[in-house]
Write a protein that binds this ligand. Structure first.
Ligand SMILES: [Zn+2]
Length: 197
C-alpha cells in the first residue's frame, strides 16, 4: 500500500510528539494545503525526516513546524526545477554547441518538403538562454533573425533532411572509394598479366 497524507500526519505527530487534542485536525489541514501546492506524501515525509535529523532545524512551536516544512519542500522543488532547466539547456546546446545559433537547411532550397541542390544552409537563433541573448542583441535591427522554434513550425522535418543529405554524401564517398579501388585493382592485375607474358 502506498504512503498516504494520513500516514504522513501520523508519522509527523509521532516523530515530534504532537499529541494534543487538536493536532490530528491541524496536521490534516497542513497536509491538504501542501497537497494543493503539488507536494506528495513522500515529499512531506522527506521534509519531516530532514527536520528531525538536521541539527538546528528542529522546530519548537507548531507555526515553526509548518514554516520549516514549507521551507524544506520549497528548497527541494527549486532544486528539481533548476535540474530540469539545466538538462533542457544541455539538450538545446547539443544543437547550437553553445554558440546560440543552429545551422539548418535554407528555406529557399527546401521544395515540396525535399532539400534540393545547391543545399544552402542558414543559421537560426537557438531556443536556449544563449540564443535568447543573441536575439535580445538584435532588438534594434529591422529584421530579426528567425528562431529555431519559428523555423521548426514551418520545416519540422529539417533534422531528417540533413540526415538524409549526410547519408547520401557518405554513400557517394563510399561509391567513389570503390571506383578508385576497382581502378587500382584492375591496373595491378593488368601489370601482373603483362609481366607473366
Ligand atoms: Zn543553444
Amino acid at each position: 500500500m502506498s504512503f498516504s497524507y494520513q500516514d504522513w500526519c501520523k508519522q509527523h505527530a509521532t516523530m515530534f510528539s504532537l499529541h494534543a487534542e487538536a493536532d490530528p485536525e491541524m496536521l490534516h489541514a497542513w497536509a491538504m494545503a501542501l497537497s494543493a501546492s503539488g507536494h506528495s506524501p513522500e515529499d512531506l515525509a522527506e521534509a519531516t525526516q530532514h527536520l528531525a535529523t538536521t541539527p538546528g532545524r528542529v522546530p519548537l512551536t507548531r507555526p515553526q513546524h509548518l514554516d520549516a516544512i514549507t521551507k524544506r519542500l520549497r528548497e527541494r522543488q527549486m532544486g528539481r526545477l533548476r535540474h530540469n532547466e539545466e538538462s533542457m539547456m544541455h539538450d538545446n546546446h547539443a544543437l547550437c554547441g553553445g554558440s546560440g545559433f543552429v545551422t539548418v537547411p535554407h528555406p529557399r532550397t527546401i521544395r515540396d518538403g525535399v532539400w534540393q541542390a545547391p543545399y544552402y544552409t542558414c543559421a537560426v537563433v537557438c531556443d536556449c538562454p544563449t540564443g535568447n541573448r543573441r536575439l535580445a542583441s538584435q532588438a534594434k535591427r529591422e529584421r530579426k533573425q528567425m528562431t529555431l522554434s519559428q523555423y521548426e513550425a514551418r520545416f519540422f522535418t529539417w533534422k531528417s533532411l540533413m540526415a538524409i543529405k549526410d547519408a547520401a554524401r557518405s554513400e557517394m564517398e563510399k561509391a567513389k572509394r570503390l571506383a578508385q579501388k576497382g581502378e587500382s585493382d584492375w591496373l595491378a592485375r593488368r601489370t601482373r598479366l603483362s609481366i607473366a607474358d
